[in-house]
Design a protein around this ligand. Structure first.
Ligand SMILES: [Fe+2]
Length: 317
């Protein structure tokens, strides 16, 4: 089995590439938007990424699921009932999937979001017992997911869901099961995560006070103040629910050759040269002095100039 945790420093986002080099297949769980790491790792280990799993609709970062799908055709999976509106597949409670010697099993663990899931990971070459559980934003290392992000009107239901997920689902799993969450220190999806990025069910039950409470005490605890919900979260949830635009539809910085810059401008793109802030664009037949100057500047774009394509007529929506 191949298993690797990928970290986005500063944001506390943790994602995973899991697969079987023998069977040449892999999947990615909770991909970050820059997907090159997954593609490089898969290629290096002779695997093809065929599946993308999201443990829940993220509020704090834009998913890389569309980007990864566009690069290799992998299908995107959510737990059944998730309100995403773009083409995707659903997994059901208890369903298993095999990737060579790697077996995944999907478990409903709502509470942070209403349709969140955890994923049990088994290396069947070593044992038929699960080795790890990817807990999404339900159980963190030293913390638990916050139940308030789905909206104030759902907080009571989500608190109860979170309690059941933590105490009746994850909490009844074997102590030696390793815990790999979707977030670590720095994330606002919890209140105080550890800097360590993995743990075990047994260690968390023993050392996390939030996993030692009665249901009433847990409810009381969840009524305490959470870190303020950043304004960007609503926009990010909306984006992740309806499908993230591909990066080549966005004005991003690219290293373009002079020929590529000219070709883009000929198609009608406006190109911003980052180094000095000049706009390069196709001139009209009745040139103003400014347009003539731009035309002059575009006549010989410099090698390796830093550019941002502001609009690509062939790509922009
Ligand atoms: Fe989250």
């Amino acid at each position: 089995m191949y298993f690797k945790q990928i970290t986005v420093e500063g944001m506390g986002c943790l994602s995973y590439i899991i697969g079987c080099p023998g069977a040449k297949v892999a999947c990615v769980v909770d991909p970050k938007r820059d997907v090159q790491d997954y593609i490089d790792l898969a290629r290096k280990n002779g695997m093809e990424i065929t599946h993308i799993f999201e443990t829940h609709i993220h509020a704090d970062h834009v998913s890389g699921n569309q980007e990864l799908k566009s690069r290799n055709g992998a299908k995107i999976y959510y737990m059944e009932g998730s309100p995403v509106t773009f083409p995707h597949e659903e997994v059901t409670e208890g369903q298993t999937m095999e990737f060579g010697y790697t077996r995944l099993q999907f478990i409903k663990t709502p509470g942070h979001t209403p349709h969140a899931m955890s994923i049990l990971v088994t290396d069947t070459a070593r044992s038929q017992d699960p080795w790890m559980v990817l807990t999404g934003d339900c159980m963190f290392v030293g913390d638990i997911g916050r139940p308030d992000l789905a909206g104030d009107e759902l907080i009571e239901e989500q608190t109860l869901n979170l309690y059941n997920s933590l105490y009746s689902r994850l909490g009844t799993m074997p102590d030696n099961l390793e815990v790999f969450p979707a977030h670590g220190e720095g994330s606002l999806c919890g209140r105080g995560m550890s800097a360590k990025s993995s743990s075990t069910i047994g260690f968390e039950k023993k050392s996390n006070d939030l996993l030692k409470l009665s249901k009433d005490a847990f409810k009381q605890e969840m009524m305490q103040t959470f870190p303020s919900r950043p304004k960007s979260f609503s926009h990010i949830i909306h984006t992740n629910t309806h499908g993230v635009p591909l990066l080549d539809r966005c004005p991003i910085v690219r290293d373009l050759s002079p020929a590529q810059v000219k070709a883009q401008i000929e198609k009608g793109a406006t190109v911003l040269e980052i180094s000095c802030g000049r706009f390069l664009q196709k001139s009209s037949s009745r040139r103003s002095a400014r347009e003539s100057m731009q035309c002059c500047m575009m006549s010989e774009p410099r090698r390796n100039m830093k550019t941002a394509i502001l609009n690509r007529p062939d790509r922009c929506r």
